[in-house]
Design a protein around this ligand. Structure first.
Ligand SMILES: O=C(O)CCC(=O)C(=O)O
Ligand SMILES: [Fe+2]
Length: 348
């Protein structure tokens, strides 16, 4: 699924790779050399990036759509847009209300990484309970070697961390939260086998998420059929993180959509063609936007080369205010430098 291209000279030459490099975050050399200057992102040319928010606003005022873009009513808060030459791809700008964005951002951090769901940290530390709460309470993960054959990891208060030199290995929970890259819900995806491992213990996708995904999937579903959300992957991005070009091809029936929700900082999404040689289409993804990829669009390479965490470009002020009204400074702080994507799949 996330099989990025091998770093050979040839991979640099694909159209997809070139677009990834064009939008990726690079820092200004001068700001890197000076110890006093804040690291400055190099400016990026976004003139070719499709902005569906602006297209929707113009469309609502009766303006014309850009060449290659079509609009269709979909029963959500905004019209839905399709792209000529990419059948099965749907973009619903602002499909999620602020309340929904807050709710799913909170769940993505507090409940989705909870065992038996797995995260990228499982491979090193085993299942970690209450990572978000531990980070908020400034706890530290330490190795518990009391059972010599089976060392485990547990969160302890800062003051309880054994002094260095005792062979103790530790890591602040806040650093682990920052490094949280993915969690898997429902049927668990096995990254090493690139397949779903139905033998792994798992919970069903939470009911509220299931209902939401069914509703969002409707415009992309074959007539008369209902979407069955069986698995979801939650991706967590910090500044500089990217998701390399890939296909999601481990689900049995590609006529069913992948329902993909964006939360937090704005990003650039690349929708390629059926080979990496095809020029990808770049578009902005903002908090609350929803993408559907079904049918032929399931065969298209796609990825996220960039997220924007600077105040002007992130476009998260309303969401930030929502969290500050709820007195949730820790979530607000996380949001300022992060993006979360929840993508929901029917596996069989
Ligand atoms: O982060 C995104 O918007 C895309 C995620 C994605 O393509 C995936 O998880 O397969
Ligand atoms: Fe994907």
């Amino acid at each position: 699924m996330y099989g990025a291209e091998k770093p050979s000279g040839d991979s640099e030459r694909t159209a997809f790779r070139r677009a990834e490099k064009k939008y990726k975050l690079y820092y200004d050399d001068r700001s890197l050399k000076s110890s006093r200057k804040k690291k400055q992102a190099k400016p990026v040319d976004v003139s070719d990036v499709i902005d569906f928010k602006a297209i929707a606003a113009a469309h609502e005022r009766g303006g014309e759509l850009p060449v290659g873009v079509a609009a269709a009513p979909c029963g959500f808060r905004r019209p839905m847009f399709c792209l000529e030459g990419r059948p099965g791809f749907y973009f619903i700008p602002g499909a999620l209300s602020l309340e929904e964005q807050c709710q799913w951002m909170r769940e993505s951090l507090l409940s989705f990484p909870q065992p038996p769901n797995r995260t990228n940290h499982n491979a090193i530390y085993g299942p970690l309970q209450d990572l978000f709460a531990a980070a908020k309470e400034r706890k530290v993960l330490v190795k518990d070697e009391s059972d010599g054959d089976h060392p485990t990891w547990k969160f302890v208060d800062e003051a309880e961390v054994p002094l260095r030199g005792n062979g103790c290995t530790s890591c602040p929970a806040s650093a682990l939260l920052r490094k949280l890259r993915w969690s898997t819900l429902g049927l668990q995806f096995d990254w090493s086998q690139r397949n779903y491992d139905v033998s792994l213990p798992h919970n069903k996708i939470p009911d509220a998420l299931c209902q939401l995904a069914k509703r969002l999937a409707t415009p992309a579903m074959p007539q008369g059929e209902e979407f069955r959300p069986e698995a979801a992957i939650v991706n967590y991005f910090a500044s500089g993180d990217t998701l390399g070009g890939h296909l999601d091809d481990m689900e049995a029936d590609w006529s069913k959509p992948i329902v993909s929700m964006s939360l937090g900082c704005k990003a650039i999404f690349l929708l390629g063609g059926k080979t990496r040689q095809d020029d990808p289409i770049a578009m902005f993804l903002r908090s609350g936007d929803v993408l559907l990829m079904a049918g032929e669009a399931r065969e298209c390479f796609h990825g996220v080369p960039r997220i924007f965490t600077d105040e002007d470009s992130a476009e998260i002020t309303p969401l930030e205010l929502h969290f500050s009204n709820q007195d949730d400074c820790f979530l607000q702080e996380y949001l300022r430098s992060s993006r979360i994507n929840i993508n929901i799949r029917q596996v069989f």
